[in-house]
Design a protein. Structure first.
Length: 470
């Protein structure tokens, strides 16, 4: 603990992953830290977004595993006779469990902050210049707090459409999903980015009929093209209706369902509609512009690679910034901001080294340079792809869909990779380590992988990219 930081007061507005990690880093380095959060520690990531949504997805995966158990030779019996399992989903009980997990996680995080000496204010905050924060407590009382450093970590909320206003009953955002007590008969998902694709996959797994409306040529247009194509094939094989190059012009609650009108005049009817068309930063009402903090046209806070804004002592992290909107990135930004303001070693966040995951079934994970950059000549490199269907562990487990793709520079350094398959979010980690530490394909290849294992295909791809020294 540094004595020179004892009088350095850091005020953090927002207690999501970025604010939480910033607070812990601040007290670790000896600063006085005040955290202001209006909903609960963990923010939307823990309470209404990442934790419950990934829990819902995991539940859908479990339901699918039961449905397909017979393919592995597992039979279910009733009164001594073999029967085909009919999975019964109690969505009310599932959502109750997920929200309880979220509340427990939030409480654990708040307890950790309190034990470390962080002062917690349950309320909201706004800037008063760039050295003071006005904290509004839950009871309405206002408090003006002086701060040497201010960190804004207020997150974002679902973007909606003027012609598709959520009502919490049939027209929904992702915030409304955990109030459902029954599995929707027919869920129409508007938007095929990460959020739309993840929930389309989840509700299909839970047993809903699903229609996915994509304004682009394919689902997940920002992902690796092979990965996006594979996911779309899986979606269609599961019976999902995928409408590419389609745009929802309006969504109407008919009382007994929803009616979605497309740009070409076509109408689609379903029981519910999920609007998944992006997010809006929660920067309104924070007096940022008045304090000299520069925003983008979309309202995001402009930050550099150490999370600093246009004001030297004001930092911003997470989904409210113009950086990559991932919980892991927000947490890293939070730590980096504190290290920077307190004079510790603050390595600039390199977005190309960030591992990201799409929690569809199967999952898509990626890190580093991507194939499109190699094909377009932005970087020189080689590509090797191995389908999981030839992997012995995949065969044992009944995994049919997926691949591992590795990218190497002309000198043999690992510069990126893509994994599509179950738990791709775990399998991408060794590739991320290789990218972060500039390991060569030979160094990866000579690292022992368990046999049989899915990770064995990573070493196999690395061996295939070996450059002979002859």
């Amino acid at each position: 603990m540094s004595d020179k930081n004892k009088k350095h007061h850091i005020v953090i507005i927002g207690g999501g992953p970025g604010g939480y990690e910033a607070a812990l880093a601040g007290v670790q380095l000896g600063a006085q830290v005040t955290l202001i959060e209006r909903n609960g520690v963990g923010g939307s990531a823990v309470l209404t977004d990442v934790v419950p949504s990934k829990g819902l997805i995991a539940t859908a995966e479990a339901a699918n595993a039961v449905r397909h158990a017979a393919e592995l030779g597992i039979r279910f019996k009733s009164e001594g006779k073999s029967v085909h399992p009919e999975v019964d989903i109690d969505l009310g009980a599932i959502n109750e469990r997920l929200l309880a997990i979220a509340r427990e996680q939030s409480a654990d995080m708040q307890a950790e902050l309190t034990s470390q000496g962080v002062q917690f204010i349950h309320g909201s905050g706004r800037l008063d210049g760039n050295h003071h924060v006005i904290a509004t407590h839950q009871n309405g009382k206002e408090e003006r707090i002086e701060a040497k450093t201010i960190i804004v970590a207020v997150g974002a909320h679902p973007r909606t459409l003027p012609t598709a206003k959520p009502d919490g009953e049939r027209i929904l955002t992702w915030l409304d999903l955990y109030s459902l007590t029954e599995v929707p008969e027919h869920m129409i998902v508007v938007g095929s980015g990460v959020t739309g694709a993840e929930f389309a996959s989840a509700f299909a797994g839970l047993g809903s009929q699903v229609t996915l409306i994509s304004s682009r040529d394919t689902v997940l247009p920002s992902e690796d093209k092979d990965a996006a194509a594979l996911i779309e094939r899986v979606f269609r094989r599961q019976g999902m209706q995928v409408l590419n190059k389609s745009r929802a012009e309006s969504v109407v609650n008919t009382g007994t369902g929803v009616e979605v009108t497309l740009g070409d005049g076509t109408t689609i009817t379903g029981s519910h509609a999920l609007i998944a068309v992006g997010a809006i930063p929660n920067t309104e009402g924070l007096a940022l512009v008045e304090a000299g903090v520069e925003l983008t046209d979309s309202g995001h806070i402009k930050v550099n690679k150490v999370a600093r804004t246009s004001r030297a002592n004001v930092y911003a992290v997470g989904d409210c910034t113009d950086f990559l909107p991932l919980a892991s990135v927000s947490a890293m930004q939070g730590r980096t901001a504190v290290f920077h303001t307190l004079g510790d070693v603050a390595a600039p966040t390199q977005l190309r080294n960030v591992a990201a995951n799409v929690f569809t079934q199967p999952e898509i994970a990626s890190v580093g340079w991507q194939q499109s950059a190699i094909e377009e000549g932005l970087v020189n490199g080689s590509i090797h792809k191995i389908m999981l269907e030839v992997n012995p562990r995949a065969k044992i487990s009944g995994i049919e869909d997926g691949f591992i793709k590795l990218f190497a520079s002309t000198g043999g350094t690992v510069i990126g990779g893509v994994v599509v398959g179950p738990k791709a979010s775990e399998l991408i980690y060794p590739i991320a380590i290789a990218v972060e530490n500039r390991l060569t394909v030979d160094e990866v290849a000579k690292t022992f992988a368990v046999y049989p294992s899915l990770s064995g295909s990573i070493t196999e791809a690395a061996r295939a990219l070996h450059i002979p020294n002859v």
